[in-house]
Design a protein around this ligand. Sequence first.
Ligand code: TEU
Length: 587
Amino acid sequence: YSTPKWWKEAVVYQVYPASFQSHPGDTTGWGSVKGITSRLDYLKTLGVDVVWSSPILKSPQADMGYDIADYKQIDRRYGTLDDVDELVRELKKRRMKLMMDLVVNHTSDQHPWFLESKESRDSPRRDWYIWKKPKSVSPDGTPEPPNNWARILGEANSAWTYDEKTGEYYLGLFTAEQPDLNWENPEVRAAVWDIMHFWMARGASGFRMDVINLISKVPGFPDADEVLGPGSKYQPGSKFYVNGPKLHDYLHEMYREVLSKYDTITVGEMPGISDEKEVLRTVGAAAGELRMIFIFDLVDIDRPNVRMALKPWDVKEMKSIITRWQRVMIENDGWNSVFIENHDNPRSVTRYTDDSDEHRVKGAKLLALLQTTLGGTLFVYQGEEIGIRNAPKTWGIDEFKDIETINYWKKANELWAGDKEKLAYARKIIDMKARDHGRTPMQWSAEENAGFCDPGVKPWMRVMDDYQTVNVEAQMKTAETGDLTVWQFWQRALKDRKAHADVFVYGDFRELSPEDPAIYAYTRKSDADELWLVVLNFSGKDVDWNLPEDIDIEYWDRSNYAKDRVDKPTTSIVPLKPWEGLLGKCK
Ligand code: TEU
């Protein structure tokens, strides 16, 4: 577990290319590869080692590039292959690396492979996708989908789309514009390995693999259980495609054919998986599949069995999720990814703390302290380092651009037309959960468009209204109070994490008061017995926390409150202010 590897200690920064940085002279209001390159010094200063960009490949952008139409071309909105070559060169100069987003569970419906597959039932590429006959044809001639699986992005619809011309349905688990590839076909797998070699040769250092645990479907495509009740025509079919029967065969083949030939960083996105054995089969040191995966227990803490809905949760549950995965990986020689935000989730400061003007800064630093003191490879999402919050409730629905949000709102208006209460609930779901919250343009400065794109250009998505106060430029300067800004707090925390990698990246993890409803307290300890204590108050109240007797504080190193907080004498009672986090060095 504690064998040093570069990809374990690396800080990975996720760029959402549409919203990160456009380049001077651009008139489209989209970010670009050139824009990313222009910010590498910034990322280096923050403490970033690896840049992971969400997809930049040719795409009709039905799902913001997670629908790829050519795996070897850059989307014209983002630039050219030459721009990527330049990005790689500039990264190398700074001893940084590039991680590509590999989206191969499905392609775009505009990919030439799919267009060919659609041509006829005996097209040589027919079997590259998943085509099935209608289950039945109703008396009025309407064909019924092969089974009752619901679409993942837009759960009220079928996961199958009917093709008039050939009289069959194809599977598109996410949207109709994203047909699933048929991984049973060895030609499909060979095509994927080829794409991976192409990008490794072009200078990538590894891949984030989109929904990689969905590539193997249960043959026979059985109907899903009616978990949503018989009132819903379509049901979540996850049981039949999450970690399906051949997943590990495919991942082993991928390792053999591609990954084993390079020194890579790989992270598999694996929604819907929380089973230890399954996880360890992939990320166990001896598993020979992937370095690590994204486990969604924490960011799905408020999610019931469907995506656009809410479930209550509390701090105790949050603590137990984090502790569980820290322990599982340590005890079983696996490896964690540490993340709390991405482009599919609301902003963490809004979700797990209090994003009001009074508490936002404390909340964002509290989360920074949590993230930078957990074991595993750390992923920071753009804007997290300045504590960007969710889009305000006052925004019109037109400001939301995500296909999931748009389809959800459309469906809600169909189903609940005229029912004000139900529609207000749907809007609440959007305010709390829409993927758009993580996709607003990066806030670089107090200039027009927050420095994201040129003045006078209309950004593809509205810039947050608070950019004049919440932005990178302001936060890189020392605050008048002399306290660290959210950005400076992150920068220092990343530096300290690296300086003490044996403690914070590789060390042992012990939770101290699992029953406490507000305080998350744990120790990290290196193999050489260097011991540190982290105490985090996940509540808006003052709390007195009892220091366990066997812990002897040498000094308080850091608080997310004013500097003088850490000069306090240490007694057996540790008083914590609302959303306060403390880091202590122990004897
Ligand atoms: O997301 C997969 C996915 O299902 C996630 O929405 C997941 O369920 C969620 O994050 C758990 O909280 C990936 C991409 O990240 C997303 O942007 C794409 O829309 C999707 O795949 C299809 O490619």
